[in-house]
Design a protein around this ligand. Sequence first.
Ligand code: APR
Length: 297
Amino acid sequence: MHLKIAVIGAGNVGAMVASRVIDADLADVVLVDIVPGMAKGKALDISDVRPLVNSSANIIGTENFEDMKGSDIVVITAGLARKPGMSRDDLLKKNSAITKEVSSQVKKYCPSSIVIVVTNPLDVMSYLVMKTTGFDPKKVIGMAGVLDSARFTNALRVRNQNIDQDNVLMMGSHGDTMVPINRSENISEELFSETSELTRNRGAEIVRHLGTGSAYFAPSASVFFMLKAIIKNEKKTMCVSAYLEGQYSEKDIYIGVPAILGVSGVDKIVEIELTEKEKQAFKESARQIREGITHIL
Ligand code: APR
């Protein structure tokens, strides 16, 4: 018996998440989008891959939120990407409205689900989903740290093959104030700052090349990584945007921290020792996220 995952937003990230889940035979998928026919067309296409990958997981596409009923996990990718001329505030307002609307549907049709949030600005939208659904914060998790940490490790590995993934990570916000952490002795100060900067700007670099749209291969792989940890109860530690209640001296905020993921969502926030410099950077990141939160409440 497969679990059921609802993916809201059948755009680049949502469709690719659905495709990865079906290819891996991980769960059944309900793909939802407000654009007529879009989710349905993509779901039919993804479904036809099943004989090629020997998957028996089912997928449907729909405009009807009711079809999400009974989903065990919901992935929210619905939203707008920032367009030229659009301020961060405009994006915040637009995506807040979409996220609020979508969260009420999740509350109505999937009241006991775990929710993974992808819509930007990520940390603020994760907070909004938790508030709107009223779900236990352990069951609302933002996807950013897995992606930013993968980008960071990849940038380092391109320059030095011997980087151990467990020794580098990205904490803090999914934005300009992300906090790079290095616990490896193989990385020089110079390499560390070069690759941190590259990671911070990676999303924008990809957007610049694409012209329209933004990254979705690594973002969807990051969501899949989290889904697998939850469904298979892996109890794996990874960076996610999670709700803090005093950890890292912060509370009532969603921000990127290492956490253990399992079948009930966030099993535990892992508190690693931070240097003074890292503590300051994390604090600044939290301040920026709080500023975003005050705009949406
Ligand atoms: N309900 C359902 N779907 C919606 C809604 C809504 N209220 N509003 C918008 N959508 C859908 C759009 O129709 C679109 O198909 O969300 C989809 C978003 O897809 P893309 O524009 O391709 O964006 P994508 O690259 O997938 O990114 C999704 O992740 O990185 C973040 O900020 C980014 O918010 C964006 C999200």
